[in-house]
Design a protein around this ligand. Sequence first.
Ligand code: NAP
Length: 279
Amino acid sequence: MATIIDGKRISTEIKDELREKVAKLKEQGITGALAVIQVGADPASCVYVRNKKRACEYIGIESLSYELPETTTEKELLDLIDKLNADDHVKGILVQLPLPSHIDENAVIKSIAPSKDVDGFHPENVGALFIGQPGYVSCTPAGVIQLLKRSQISIEGKNCVIMGRSNIVGKPMAALMLRENATVTVTHSRTISLQEICKQADILIVAIGKKEFVDASYVKEGAVVIDVGMHRDENNKLCGDVKYAEVEPVASAITPVPGGVGPMTIAMLMNNCVESMER
Ligand code: NAP
């Protein structure tokens, strides 16, 4: 039976450590706020934004909420970001994605000062990650590294296969695993012999956005399986990219959905906010 990697417990552990750090910073007179901008009222985004504000409250940092109407123009949004970039009290700026289609997401990401880009999406932070320089790291892949390390799963020298090459998960995940000295293979929708490649993995990280796509035939006996996917099944229950019931008996360790990678993303966002305050 596989060890269940408990993201809920590990994320709480991280948030408790951050809470202590924030209290110490306050004693030194260092405070700051996270600005959370949401355009429109996409139901999933509303849940994410609410959870991010709750996490701020938990660790003791202020959150400033900007709930803008769907009709907000790109210029109005960029003007608000300019204002927040110039405000010293604001230590982090987060624009909840996706944005309405009339707004260019890349332009918005680039307009955030890299020093306040706590999501780690700005090209300067992405570049820093790839050349091993300090900067903010995208929260979900950073969370996966913490899950592995805090579960005493060694990464160095391991054969790691990443399924998916998105800018927010797959690519930064590959850079981080490389930084941890894994041997990394990145697969995607055009990969030939996907199953055989995945079956070579000591650590298989799945981020393809396809409900319960990965079954036992993709997994080597004893592999560690990290499921980044997030979906609702026919009964409206959360599930991942991995067929959990089938893969769990083959794996040595596995993340559940919910309660695996999901809670880590917000914990690492809080970590980036505290890092910004410390800077
Ligand atoms: P995305 O932008 O849609 O990217 C999906 C990637 O998977 C693409 O690179 C795509 O390849 C690849 N892919 C799609 N079908 C494939 C297949 N059949 N075989 C191999 N590769 C395939 O998705 P994302 O934003 O990275 O998110 C992935 C999943 O993680 C989603 O379920 C999302 O909801 C979830 N997610 C969860 C969290 C969290 O906090 N837990 C955070 C972010 C994302 P191509 O590049 O060739 O198209």
